[in-house]
Design a protein around this ligand. Structure first.
Ligand code: NAD
Ligand code: NA
Length: 396
């Protein structure tokens, strides 16, 4: 079939298998160009199919020569209907790993469930014995709690006061004002259940009990802080409470794993175009300003540059892992440079549909968004007939 982008608000309903494969290959090439990393050899990535999780899996495999198991929740293709991009990404990843002689298998299902945890543990036992790195990179709007059976929904709301700020429709470039009503206590609690650290902790507990965590293993989850302009809706909003909980959970997990010398870390990453982040109000407008400034300064990074730097300069730098005063790894250090943040704060005051054209890089944002779904790659002929039935080899 001919596959074109079909947009519905913040999402694209179609994905291009060859474009997704191109995206994966580009990331692999980048990691290879940066040289080998003396790092993990057997890696589990939870949330491995897109964004930071995919980039972590690629860095593990093609930077560290690691065997990888990837867990994700994606829709497979059916005749005449494309898969979700993460499914095609994972298919391409496995094909490239196989070519490079690297073990790679995937599990497609709800990582919050006991069943998928058990299935993953069984696969580790059977094929790898133990893992020495677990990346926890889930981003989900809902979580079906495995013990209570309650379906929790996360929200992106301010806490306390109504929040009003500028936002952009990145498809049209229209800058408007958005107001969001404050969260209820229930909203806060639900968001913490979905995006906080409970599930991460459950994974690590189950894995330790099953004996599939190597001595001195490491586990890393991802967080975000960001600028003042998004603070009310992000770091001090419902999602921020979940991130606070996630960050606190790292210390609990480290305690829980003390006897095997394993450690849990949270890495604070840069704001990047992913499916999860494009749904957050105000954030895309901030990002379009940030990208312009960072590109001009030569410090702009995507998911793969971020994860390659996380592994080589933080996790496996040959000495101690540098952390901030709260024990967090900071790979958002370039984003948070004072000069960039000052410049953004200044531009923000007068940002409008008109001034955004000159002061922001909306094109970079749009391109990044299209790329998520396998569109916008020069090497791909989008007019050509494409086989949508591309399957993940280990899931066939
Ligand atoms: P993403 O949407 O690109 O990836 C989410 C992954 O989770 C996918 O692999 C998806 O299949 C998987 N997933 C979702 N629900 C699942 C479920 N129930 N079971 C199994 N797999 C499931 O997200 P991302 O932007 O890469 O975010 C990953 C983490 O990084 C999140 O914790 C996010 O808050 C954090 N982070 C994101 C940004 C950003 O700007 N995007 C910045 C800093 C930190
Ligand atoms: Na991810």
């Amino acid at each position: 079939m001919i596959i074109e982008p079909r947009m519905r608000g913040f999402i694209c309903l179609t994905a291009h298998p060859e474009g997704c494969a191109q995206n994966v290959k580009n990331q692999i090439e980048y990691v290879k160009s940066k040289g080998k990393i003396e790092g993990a050899k057997k890696v589990l990535v939870i949330g491995a199919s897109t964004g930071f999780g995919l980039a972590s899996r690629i860095t593990s495999a093609f930077g560290c020569d690691a065997a990888t198991i990837g867990v994700f929740f994606e829709k497979e293709p059916s005749e005449g209907k494309t898969a979700t991009p993460g499914y095609y990404n994972s298919a391409a990843f496995e094909v490239e790993a196989e070519k490079a002689g690297l073990y790679a298998k995937s599990i497609n299902g709800d990582a919050f469930s006991n069943e998928i945890k058990q299935q993953t543990i069984d696969l580790i036992k059977k094929d790898l014995g133990q893992v020495d790195l677990v990346i926890y990179s889930l981003a989900s709007p809902v979580r079906l709690h495995p013990t209570t059976g309650v379906l929790h929904r996360s929200t992106l709301k301010p806490i306390g006061d109504k929040f009003t700020n500028k936002t952009v429709d990145f498809h049209t470039g229209n800058v408007t004002e958005i107001s969001i009503e404050p969260a209820t206590q229930e909203d806060i609690d639900n968001t913490v259940v979905v995006m906080g650290g409970e599930d991460w902790s459950m994974w690590m507990k189950a894995m330790k009990e099953a004996g599939v965590l190597a001595n001195n293993a490491m586990t890393v989850a991802y967080s975000y802080i960001g600028p003042e302009v998004t603070e009310a809706v992000y770091r001090k909003g419902t999602i921020g409470r979940a991130k606070d909980h996630l960050e606190a959970t790292a210390f609990e997990i480290t305690k829980q794993l003390e006897d095997i010398g394993a450690k849990a870390y949270v890495s604070v990453n840069k704001a990047l175009v992913t499916q999860a982040s494009s749904a957050i109000p105000v954030v895309p407008l901030y990002m379009s300003l940030l990208f312009k400034i960072m590109k001009k300064d030569g410090s702009h990074e995507g998911c793969i540059e971020q994860m390659q730097r996380l592994y080589s300069a933080r996790l496996y730098n040959g000495s101690e892992i540098p952390v901030d005063e709260k024990g967090r790894i900071r790979i958002d250090d370039w984003e948070m440079r004072q000069q960039y943040q000052d410049e953004i704060a200044e531009l923000w005051k007068s940002i409008s549909t008109e001034t955004l054209i000159e002061n922001g890089d909306l094109e970079e944002y749009r391109q990044g968004f299209l790329n998520l779904f396998g569109f916008g790659f020069d090497a791909i002929d989008y007019k050509a007939d494409t086989n949508e039935m591309v399957l993940v080899p280990s899931l066939k």
